[in-house]
Write a protein that binds this ligand. Structure first.
Ligand code: ATP
Ligand code: PLP
Ligand code: MG
Ligand code: NA
Ligand code: MG
Length: 297
């Protein structure tokens, strides 16, 4: 048994590059977790490249793996982590997995990144939205949407910080105690907005972290953010601000390294999507220096 936790992580796998499980498993291992990845897809590379090939796992195949674990009494998890899910049938099976894991461990923490789209573009089938709203959000312990995903899930437009906070309240009343809007562009500023509903009775504790915007486009950073938030909020279960500061700070150090490495190799980092320098940033993941501070509302 591990003293930190054991995470079942259901996410994409890419042979080359870092998105999904490839960007979540290594950092969680560095933070001391046992991580058991289920690869919801296996693609050659992420879908932002001109071409990709590979295989997609279906709901029955996912359930088969869960039954294999169950038959050997290997279903004891402290955390379930999910990211990009491409179909309603797979998402419904994930819901069955949540129930099954909670029947073994009622204290299971379900960290859900409700990946629906970004910057006004949906990149999953539209019919996933209502399944997330009605069935997934209610069972999540921690939810990590971006601005667009919050808008889809709540039906509220987020154009101000107040809008963001209100949307967090709406999401809390649907279920999750911890809500983190991992990125929101509000009045030209890049923000992470966090909201922790410590008890039923009290209003949530809310904060923001202003993130210095780097003129480059990265993939895998959303998945990495959620993994780091899971990791640090397990170490600081009652201090979401601290967990978010650590997650954002180590991510920023990694992104600076990524940009510097591309520049050194003669690439213009603003010209295309960058693969993150994850393995090279292991010191910053294990021992982040807090450079981005939270501000309470
Ligand atoms: P999801 O992928 O779950 O939909 P997301 O849209 O928030 O979430 P990203 O847009 O990758 O995912 O942002 C996640 C985090 O990555 C941000 O909080 C920020 O810390 C960091 N990040 C991403 N791009 C940049 C950038 N250009 N400059 C600075 N930080 C960035
Ligand atoms: N999963 C797969 C298979 C992808 O192709 C991509 C991006 O192209 C992602 C996940 C998204 O990663 P993130 O939102 O963390 O940038
Ligand atoms: Mg984004
Ligand atoms: Na997110
Ligand atoms: Mg994303």
């Amino acid at each position: 048994p591990s003293d930190t936790g054991r995470v079942l992580s259901i996410q994409s796998h890419t042979v080359q590059g870092y998105v999904g499980n490839k960007s979540a498993v290594f950092p969680l291992q560095l933070l001391g977790f046992d991580v058991d990845p289920i690869n919801s897809v296996q693609f050659s590379n992420h879908t932002g490249y001109p071409k990709f090939r590979g295989q997609v796992l279906n709901g029955n195949q996912l359930w088969d793996l869960i039954e294999g674990l169950e038959e050997n009494e290997l279903l004891h998890y402290t955390h379930l982590l999910t990211g990009y899910i491409g179909s309603v049938s797979f998402l419904n099976t994930v819901l069955q997995v949540v129930d099954k894991l909670r029947s073994v461990n009622p204290d299971l923490i379900y960290v859900c990144d409700p990946v629906l789209g970004d910057e006004g573009k949906l990149y999953v089938p539209q019919d996933l939205v209502s399944v997330y709203q009605e069935k997934v959000v209610p069972v999540a312990s921690m939810l990590t949407p971006n601005q667009f995903e919050v808008e889809l899930l709540t039906g509220l437009r987020i154009t101000s910080e107040q809008d963001g906070l209100k949307a967090c309240n709406t999401l809390h009343s649907a279920g999750p105690r911890k809500v983190i809007i991992t990125s929101a562009l509000i009045e030209d500023k890049l923000l992470l907005i966090g909201s922790y509903k410590r008890t039923e009775e009290q209003p949530p504790e809310q904060f923001k972290i202003e993130i210095p915007k780097i003129p480059a486009y990265f993939t895998g950073t959303g998945d990495l953010t959620t993994a780091l938030l899971l990791g640090w909020s397990n170490k600081y279960p009652d201090n979401l601000e601290k967990a978010a500061e650590l997650a954002v700070s180590s991510l920023q150090a990694l992104l600076r390294r990524t940009v510097e490495d591309y520049k050194r190799a003669g690439f213009d980092p603003a010209s295309s999507s960058l693969e993150i320098r994850l393995i090279q940033s292991q010191d910053e993941i294990r021992n982040p220096r807090v450079t981005c501070n939270a501000m309470k509302y």
